[in-house]
Design a protein around this ligand. Sequence first.
Ligand code: 5GP
Ligand code: ZN
Length: 114
Amino acid sequence: MSECLFCKFANREIPTQVVYEDEHAFAFRDINPQAPTHVLVIPRLHIENLAAMQTEHETLMGHLLWVCAEVARQEGIVAEGYRVVLNTNRAAGQSVFHLHFHLLGGRHMTWPPG
Ligand code: 5GP
Ligand code: ZN
């Protein structure tokens, strides 16, 4: 989608701090980190959020979770533990409408989330 910020990151139209990329996925550091590791994992395909997910995206979504696990390994946060968050629509806190997994780690997390 031409006006989408995250599409522009994935297309390298706007520079960002990339931590992983492949044919289907792209991962970069959050500009306002909520933990020592805060990476956003996105599909190259523009999908608004989980509510817009179709059956044809099932394999892609599984791959994005694998990328979260792979970046967690790269970041050295596996043994301590990490959290993967997917905000869907406004009440959940979604502010950018290109699907993204938040990968958070490097500090203790509380439950339930706010
Ligand atoms: P959401 O609130 O939609 O779940 O998450 C959007 C995330 O995108 C936020 O954590 C926010 O800090 C991050 N974000 C917003 N604008 C930018 C930007 O220009 N660059 C980067 N790297 N992250 C951004
Ligand atoms: Zn997009």
